[in-house]
Design a protein around this ligand. Structure first.
Ligand code: NAI
Ligand code: MG
Length: 371
């Protein structure tokens, strides 16, 4: 009996549908080669176009419609004509919060063949996993806008750091560091944010006592930004708040191949709700419809989905296939200096996934039925 993974696809706006198709292609290829599982995709036409017709980014019962799926595969949402805070809050953040996807996993690994703007930094030294708090903190949406439009108007944007929320993300990061045998670095800002980040640092120190085997570091976010560029080798597993994680992972993306390569997974660790996989870039209206969007970020998030379902061997294969495509350099989109289109890059990765040998990527060899 085959395992069937039910995936809700929200391709979204702009280049979202273009890059998601290529991720689906690679997922289907992995499933076909393995033979023991398959994907069943259900497409939801939600996003800005939907908003312009219906006044909302997704139906009122959108979360109910998604709940029974094993995972959500998201392209990007946002398009000129709909304010960004609406597209973000009414869909992306609603799903992240509604489904308790409180862990955001963003790998910052410089793959072989990927462009890097840093000189003198060996590739192996850019290899980290940023674990970002994904449910509260600075993006809790708490605040007020008083006396709007009047000369004495006041705006409040409140960060919310609950004990439960702070502890669970830090604990998750310690578990991951222990599992991988790596150091854990906390990024905060206790000197200036004298409540929230002092609390964050305190909880980090408390939880650290339970993990004496894990080496820890703690940096202020501004210093961390500098070290990301100057000495990225300092970071292995990183844990940080919602806002800092958002910013620092775009910086990370810049040193590890660019936005066209950066992926993220929104995880509900208890698996009570579907987790969501997405490229971290947006809908790129400037290149939408031209067929030149780089699908590698979306394919990387597909590989995270394979990991999540316990098919780490296939997840690694997909990354290795991406590396081969980049090293050969014949089939790359314009943002990476190539002339290929989105579909050609997707085809190339799918093809490499088929021919790559497990032994080349250091995983336990598997013998797919159809290989
Ligand atoms: P963006 O990530 O869409 O684009 C920034 C720049 O990177 C653009 O020049 C774009 O062409 C380029 N780029 C991005 N992804 C690319 C890819 N796969 N291949 C080649 N080039 C790529 O960010 P921007 O322009 O700030 O936002 C555009 C819209 O996307 C906005 O409405 C924004 O709110 C939304 N957005 C949505 C996100 C999501 O759904 N997760 C995340 C970030 C932005
Ligand atoms: Mg971001």
């Amino acid at each position: 009996m085959k395992n069937i993974y039910k995936i809700a696809v929200i391709a979204g706006d702009g280049i979202g549908p273009e890059v998601i198709s290529e991720g689906i292609k690679v997922l289907d290829k992995a499933a076909e080669l393995d033979g023991s599982f398959e994907f069943e995709f259900t497409h939801f036409p939600w996003g800005c176009e939907y908003y312009l017709k219906h006044g909302q980014m997704m139906p009122v019962d959108g979360l109910d419609q998604l709940r029974s799926f094993d995972a959500i595969y998201l392209g990007a949402v946002g398009y000129p004509g709909v304010p960004d805070h609406i597209s973000l809050w009414d869909l992306l953040l609603k799903i992240r919060k509604g489904f308790h996807q409180y862990v955001n996993l963003r790998p910052i690994t410089l793959l072989e063949g990927a462009p890097c703007p840093l000189n003198d930094v060996p590739r192996e030294q850019i290899d980290m996993l940023v674990i970002r708090e994904n449910s509260e903190g600075e993006y809790a949406g708490a605040g007020d806008w008083l006396f709007k439009g009047q000369p004495h108007e006041v705006v409040l944007q409140t960060g919310i750091f609950s004990r439960v929320g702070t502890e669970r993300i830090i604990r998750y990061a310690f578990e991951e560091a222990r599992k991988q045998g790596k150091s854990l670095t906390s990024i905060s800002k206790g000197n200036a944010l004298n409540y929230s980040m002092v609390f964050w640092d305190q909880v980090f120190d408390e939880v650290a006592k339970e993990y004496p085997d894990v080496e820890t570091n703690s940096y202020l976010v501004d210093a961390a930004a500098m070290f990301f560029v100057k000495q990225p080798w300092r970071f292995e597993i990183v844990v940080t708040s919602n806002l800092f994680g958002d910013i620092i992972t775009d910086l990370g993306a810049a040193i590890a191949g660019g936005l066209g390569l950066a992926a993220g997974a929104n995880i509900n660790p208890e698996r009570e709700y579907p987790s969501m996989f997405e490229p971290i870039h947006g809908s790129a209206p400037d290149i939408a419809g031209k067929g030149i969007a780089n699908p590698l970020a979306s394919i990387w998030s597909a590989s995270q989905m394979l990991d999540f379902f316990g098919h780490e061997d296939w997840g690694k294969r997909v990354l290795a296939a991406m590396e081969q495509v980049m090293v050969e350099g014949n089939t790359l989109t314009p943002d990476m200096g190539g002339t290929a289109n989105t579909k050609e890059v997707g085809d190339a990765v799918a093809e490499k996934t088929q021919v790559i040998h497990a032994t080349e990527i250091g995983v336990i060899p598997i013998t797919p039925a159809t290989l």
